[in-house]
Design a binder for this molecule. Sequence first.
Ligand SMILES: NC(=O)c1ccc[n+]([C@@H]2O[C@H](COP(=O)([O-])OP(=O)(O)OC[C@H]3O[C@@H](n4cnc5c(N)ncnc54)[C@H](O)[C@@H]3O)[C@@H](O)[C@H]2O)c1
Length: 256
Amino acid sequence: MPKTLDYFAGKTILITGAGSGIGRATALIFAREGANVVCADINQSAARETADAVDAKGARALALTTDVTRREQVSAMAEKAIAAFGGVQFLFNSAGAAIRRARFLEIDDALLEQTFALNVNGTFYAMQALLPHMLANKAGVIVNMASMAHKRGAPGSSIHYAAAKGAVVTMTMGVAREFAKDGIRALSISPGPIETPFQAAAQSSPELIKQFLADVPMGRFGKPEEIGELVLFLCSDACAFMTADTIYVNGGGGWR
Ligand SMILES: NC(=O)c1ccc[n+]([C@@H]2O[C@H](COP(=O)([O-])OP(=O)(O)OC[C@H]3O[C@@H](n4cnc5c(N)ncnc54)[C@H](O)[C@@H]3O)[C@@H](O)[C@H]2O)c1
């Protein structure tokens, strides 16, 4: 929670991947705090649904159809967000995916490129699009979605994804340190398994569910809201000395 009551009222967060899972849960949490929420997603109707849910909570929303792998679309997204609300104080890059599971020798060029385009380029473009605005205001917080996978490399299923999330962690640290004296903070979050459509494939197989949960001492998946509340805390004025690092949220495990 923020230190200052109404800290988020009238401030604006831009969320990529806002149409589902962690992005959508975070949008609703910021709406609860009275923030304006820019809901960007490649899936137009999903972005619209999240924006409608934000509206229904009495906060202001803007739905944008954006493919974060396309720099020109990301630049347009940033421009429209700033124009709609007069400024953007927070950026949450939630758009991301492992695309598909594959053993290391089965990762082909297309899978590697798509995974990096979405998780790395998408995050990179959004930060480059919004940082000049944040620097001009001498304020801004960027939160990027990484994953526990970056810590152990995800052998046997998604080394392509783990490597991309490793790049997100490193890029976030670099940006945080480069702009630390300019009023900008940047952090990444590295969750274990969270119950969202991202995990739907795993959840459809009792064997995979067992495998995931065997590695989580709490014996359950995390909830998307548990990540959303963390994003709120990181963006708030509660602990403004925090920057650069990745925060693990994993029920005590998820170190596969
Ligand atoms: N769920 C988990 O277990 C878990 C664990 C660790 C990290 N993560 C990370 O958290 C983030 C959110 O995951 P989630 O579980 O909410 O997934 P999700 O599949 O529920 O949501 C991802 C959203 O991103 C959107 N998206 C996909 N490609 C896009 C593109 N090119 N441009 C814009 N939007 C695009 C999708 O349409 C979807 O709405 C991802 O970066 C994911 O890698 C998830």
